[in-house]
Design a protein around this ligand. Structure first.
Ligand SMILES: *[C@@H]1O[C@H](CO)[C@@H](O)[C@H](O)[C@H]1NC(C)=O
Ligand SMILES: *[C@@H]1O[C@H](CO)[C@@H](O)[C@H](O)[C@H]1NC(C)=O
Ligand SMILES: *[C@@H]1O[C@H](CO)[C@@H](O)[C@H](O)[C@H]1NC(C)=O
Ligand SMILES: *[C@@H]1O[C@H](CO)[C@@H](O)[C@H](O)[C@H]1NC(C)=O
Length: 339
């Protein structure tokens, strides 16, 4: 008897597995086929586009890796009065994940402390919809926004491949709610930022407001990564050309307010790609705006050992953790006059 039931088990389990597998494969194939059909239809629609962009059915181009845009995202958390009756010189748009309160707090206590500077600086944090524990994180974000009044959020998923949406949200915010600013800097949360250098050495409040100004760590002729295992993978359907136009790498770049308005407008009419920094380069290419080449060693993508006087000569240094930033900042501010 024991032998027979063993035998039955021996047959039944693989049989169940087989049935499950065939259903799974059937379902998978169906759904991926439907997805592919949908992309093809969108692709065709995009290429036979006659309607002006503002009359398109949203979004213009669909692909799992293409950020859905243009799309009428809503501001869930906004600071509409932050720039009211003032004329900021520089807006710092800090890209940070919605759950990363620690980073925001570190930045508020270091380079993001607006009251440290001799010109009007406005720091805002850009977030999307939290991916993890969304209900809880949303409650915390709203609380944090009430306390600090520096959070801006739209209703797109806060993921790496959606970073372009985040930068575009910042640009939309600046053009709609802070258009009195002279310049804008997009900056990541893992950076050392020397605001005084950016204000006085790069921008200079004594010089009349520049137009068509965009600068940062510039890259020429970079090819897209076509290997799907790489973080920066961009498929041909999303970006067909073999090289990107010149662009400034994402961790930190600076531009004038007129450029923000122009980028926002042109972004409504072209295909958005997931690399936010490259996408800014594509917009500049479409707008025929030339990137200003900075002095060497201004925007540093490599990490350096901290040195109070050395760091005074940089605008940005990449790869600073919250802990490192907090531990060097006091020294950096204290030794200001000693170099
Ligand atoms: C922008 O600045 C001008 C002049 O400085 C001022 O009159 C105007 O109220 C400001 N706009 C906003 C939205 O604060
Ligand atoms: C910002 O700097 C001012 C002036 O040094 C200081 O009083 C304030 O506590 C700082 N704010 C934060 C959040 O550290
Ligand atoms: C980007 O955000 C949109 C809107 O929330 C979402 O539908 C999409 O899945 C996100 N894309 C990625 C790659 O995370
Ligand atoms: C991509 O290549 C086409 C054909 O050579 C060219 O017309 C277009 O301007 C290029 N786009 C970019 C963003 O380089």
């Amino acid at each position: 008897m024991a032998g027979r039931s063993c035998l039955r088990k021996f047959f039944v389990l693989p049989l169940l597995l087989l049935i499950f597998l065939s259903f799974y494969l059937l379902y998978y194939e169906r759904s991926s086929q439907a997805l592919i059909n949908e992309w093809i239809q969108d692709y065709v629609k995009l290429h036979h586009r006659e309607k002006p962009a503002h009359m398109l059915t949203y979004p213009a181009f669909k692909h799992p890796l293409a950020p859905p845009y243009p799309y009428p995202y809503k501001f869930l958390i906004n600071q509409p009065d932050k720039c009211k009756n003032r004329k900021p010189f520089l807006v710092l748009m800090v890209l940070v994940e919605s759950h990363d309160l620690e980073s925001r707090q570190t930045i508020r206590e270091t380079w993001g402390n607006d009251s440290l500077y001799d010109v009007d600086v406005v720091t805002v944090f850009l977030v999307g919809l939290p991916q993890f524990a969304p209900v809880l994180i949303q409650v915390l974000l709203e609380e944090e926004s009430l306390v600090y009044g520096d959070i801006i959020q739209q209703d797109f998923m806060d993921t790496y491949y959606n970073l372009t949406l985040k930068t575009l949200m910042g640009i939309e915010w600046v053009t709609k709610f802070c258009s009195n600013t002279s310049y804008i800097m997009k900056i990541d949360n893992d950076m050392f930022l020397n605001v005084d250098y950016v204000v006085h050495k790069i921008l200079d409040p004594e010089v009349p407001l520049r137009e068509n100004f965009f600068t940062g760590d510039i890259r020429f002729n970079t090819p897209p990564f076509r290997d799907r295992t790489v973080k920066w993978y961009v498929p041909k359907e999303i970006y067909p050309n073999d090289t990107y136009p010149p662009y400034c790498t994402g961790p930190g770049y600076v531009f004038s307010i007129d450029v923000a308005k122009k980028i926002y407008d042109v972004a409504q009419t072209i295909r958005v790609i997931p690399m936010e920094d490259v996408f800014m380069g594509i917009c500049l290419y479409e707008l025929h705006i030339k990137i200003t080449i900075p002095e060497p060693w201004t925007f540093n993508t490599n990490k350096f050992f901290y040195d109070a006087c050395g760091f005074r000569l940089f605008a940005t240094v990449h790869h600073f953790s919250n802990y490192e930033l907090r531990s060097i900042w006091k020294d950096f501010v204290d030794k200001k006059s000693q170099c």
